[in-house]
Design a protein around this ligand. Sequence first.
Ligand SMILES: NC(=O)c1ccc[n+]([C@@H]2O[C@H](COP(=O)([O-])OP(=O)(O)OC[C@H]3O[C@@H](n4cnc5c(N)ncnc54)[C@H](OP(=O)(O)O)[C@@H]3O)[C@@H](O)[C@H]2O)c1
Length: 294
Amino acid sequence: MKPVALITGAAGLIGGYLVRTAPRWVPDWETRGVTRQEADLTDRGDVQRLWDRHRPDLVIHSAALSRTGLCEQDPAQARRINVEATRVLADLARDVPFIFLSTDQVFDGAKGQYVETDAVHPLNVYAQTKAEAEQVVLDNPAHAVVRIALTAGTSPTGDRSFVEDMRRAAGKGQQLTLFTDEFRCPLPAGALVRALWECAVQRRSGLYHLGGRERLSRWEIGQVLSQLYPEFRSCLQPGSVAAYHGPRRPPDLSMRSDKIQALLSFRLPGLRQWLTEFPPDCIDPWDYPASVTP
Ligand SMILES: NC(=O)c1ccc[n+]([C@@H]2O[C@H](COP(=O)([O-])OP(=O)(O)OC[C@H]3O[C@@H](n4cnc5c(N)ncnc54)[C@H](OP(=O)(O)O)[C@@H]3O)[C@@H](O)[C@H]2O)c1
C-alpha cells in the first residue's frame, strides 16, 4: 500500500498544483486532495472525520483565508481558518510529517532579503494569523513551516493567483499601477510545488523560506509578464508606493531561500529566468513542460 499524503485547500492555487503534480514528483505516494466540499476545516467534527477517513502519513496544509482584504473584513473568520483549524489539524497530525504554508508577509518589509532567523513583524490581519499559526506548528519539532513567496500560476477556479487577477483587470481594460519600489521574489507554482514535494519526502522539519531567485519590483514583475501576456503592455503604468494612500504596505518582502535550496535536487528559478528557460508553448506556462522529468 502506498503512503497517503493529505493536501488541504485542493481547490486553491497551490493545493491544486500539489494534487495535479503528485503523480510526477511523488509517484510512490497516494495523494488525496481535500476541498471545502469534503470538510469545513473550521468545524472540529469535520476535521476529525476527515482524519479518521484518510489516516494520512503526511499532511500539506494549504487551506487558508489567503486574501488580505477578506482577512481585514472578517478577522474572526481569518483566525478560525488560519490559526484554529491549523491547530486542530497539527494536533491530529502530531505523529506524522506536517507542512504548513506560511507567507513572506509575516515581515514588515523594512529590511528585505529576509532569512529564517529574522524577527517577524506582521502588518495586517492575514499576516498576523499566519505568524501565530507558525508558532502553533513549530511547537512540534517534527513539523515544518514553509514561508512562500508570491506565486505565479493557474488555479482550478481561475481566480486565485496574482497573474489571474492582473489578466482579469487587463481584460476589463483597467489601468494597473505597479510600484517600482515594492519588491518580492516571485516563484512559478510548478517550481514551488516541486520543492514542497521534495521537502515532504525528506520529512524535513523546521522553518524554511521558499521564493524565486530574483528580487523583482512589482513593475519589473509586470514587465516580465508582458512577454507572456501582450495585453498587459497597454494597461501597466509605473508608480511609487510613496504616493499610495491606504493601509501600510511592506515595501521589500524579498526572502533568501538558501536553506531550502541546499535540500533540493534542482535550482530554484527566478520569474524572468523561468520564462526564458521554458518558453510558454506548454498548456500551463507556470508548470514544468512534459520534457522535464524527475
Ligand atoms: N498564492 C500565493 O501567492 C501565496 C503566497 C504566500 C503564501 N501563500 C499561502 O499558501 C497557501 C495556499 O495559498 P493559495 O494561493 O493556494 O490559496 P487559495 O487559492 O486561496 O486556496 C486556499 C484554499 O483553502 C480553502 N479553504 C478556505 N477556508 C476553508 C475552510 N474553512 N475549509 C476548507 N477549505 C477552506 C479554500 O476553499 P474555497 O476555494 O472553497 O474558498 C481554497 O481552496 C495559503 O496558506 C496561503 O496563505 C500563498
